[in-house]
Design a protein around this ligand. Structure first.
Ligand code: ADP
Length: 306
């Protein structure tokens, strides 16, 4: 039977340095990255859809064509007249990367403005994935609309996965960020936080504290990522640890967590075994940090060895 995975959020135009003052254009965004890796790792009986809003400009057309080429479904994506996608630029100075963003009026900020479209998409899919960034870009009313639909999905037994992906500068204040991310976690079945973010922004003193906090909110399962120090899983009340893979040379850690999430969910959906899924995801994420860019081609992920 065919099944459907839905990722909800914002994909942006990415401009990176191509040398001699030239810029290279790409497309990326946390939830799109996870959709990309879920697509790479799920079997063909699964389809993967992206839910966002785009504009009616040429850049939105190109982004849509890019999703289609990546075999990421675009059928639920709304086009909004007069809008355009958000954009970010990566600058390099003495080997250090920094990011500038132009996303305040992006089309994706209105992704939950059409509740019927949102409900149609969520009802049509079996697994729903979203992040703290998805919530951060929405107005309070639209957060309510999105979370109401996500709660409905969880209530009927769909798998709802959430990465808090804490980005303080996307939020107007700490209290709003803390409260809304907690609501997102409460609406989910699997929460996939990164420990360094949770410690820095929510004051968790240990990985156990992160697990406890999300479990207390109502997340059934928690997967705490901790970079090269592996992941700690809490599934069905059992806590286990899976080490990261050894990486010869870390080239670019962009989308390490996003790729881990996509690969983890794909493997978990196939095996129903969280530890096995974390091992497979650690292998995929290790390949991703060994290559440049957020979206590493399927052929380079070593999937045949999983
Ligand atoms: P995020 O990008 O969300 O901060 P992490 O840094 O925790 O996420 O990385 C996610 C996963 O990527 C880790 O659980 C691990 O499997 C893999 N990973 C990240 N950095 C390394 C590294 N230096 N060596 C090996 N694996 C890594």
């Amino acid at each position: 039977m065919s099944k459907r995975f839905l990722s909800i959020g914002e994909c942006m135009v990415e401009l990176s340095q191509a040398g001699a003052g030239l810029l290279r254009k790409g497309f990326a965004g946390d939830t799109l990255n996870t959709a990309w890796y879920a697509r790479a790792c799920l079997s063909p009986e699964w389809s993967v859809d992206y839910f966002t809003a785009l504009g009616d400009d040429a850049m939105s057309d190109e982004m849509l064509a890019f999703f289609n080429q990546a075999q990421i479904g675009t059928g639920f994506i709304r086009r909004i007249k007069g809008k355009a996608p958000g954009l970010y630029m990566i600058s390099l100075k003495d080997g250090e990367r920094s990011f500038s963003y132009w996303r305040d009026s992006s089309a994706a900020r209105l992704l939950a403005a059409d509740p019927d479209r949102l409900r149609e998409a969520i009802e049509a899919c079996d697994v729903i994935y979203f992040s703290g960034i998805t919530l951060a870009i929405l107005s309070r009313d639209h957060v309510d609309t999105l979370l109401a639909e996500i709660r409905r999905a969880k209530a009927v037994g769909k798998l709802v996965a959430f990465d808090p992906n804490i980005r303080p500068r996307l939020w107007s204040g700490y209290d709003e960020m803390h409260a809304t991310i907690s609501e997102g976690a409460r609406a989910s079945s699997i929460v996939l936080p990164s420990f360094d973010d949770e410690a820095a922004h929510f004051g968790d003193v240990s990985i156990e504290a992160t697990i406890e906090r999300y479990r207390a909110l109502g997340a059934t399962s928690v997967v705490v990522k901790n970079g090269a120090d592996g992941v700690t899983l809490s599934f069905g009340g059992t806590v286990s640890f899976v080490a990261a893979e050894k990486v010869e040379q870390v080239v670019d850690t962009t989308s390490a967590g996003d790729s881990f999430n996509g690969a983890f969910l794909a493997s978990y959906l196939r095996t129903n075994d969280a530890t096995q899924a974390a091992r497979a995801a650690a292998k995929v994420a290790a390949r991703v940090v060994s290559e440049h860019g957020a979206l590493v081609a399927r052929e380079k992920l070593g999937l045949e060895a999983l």
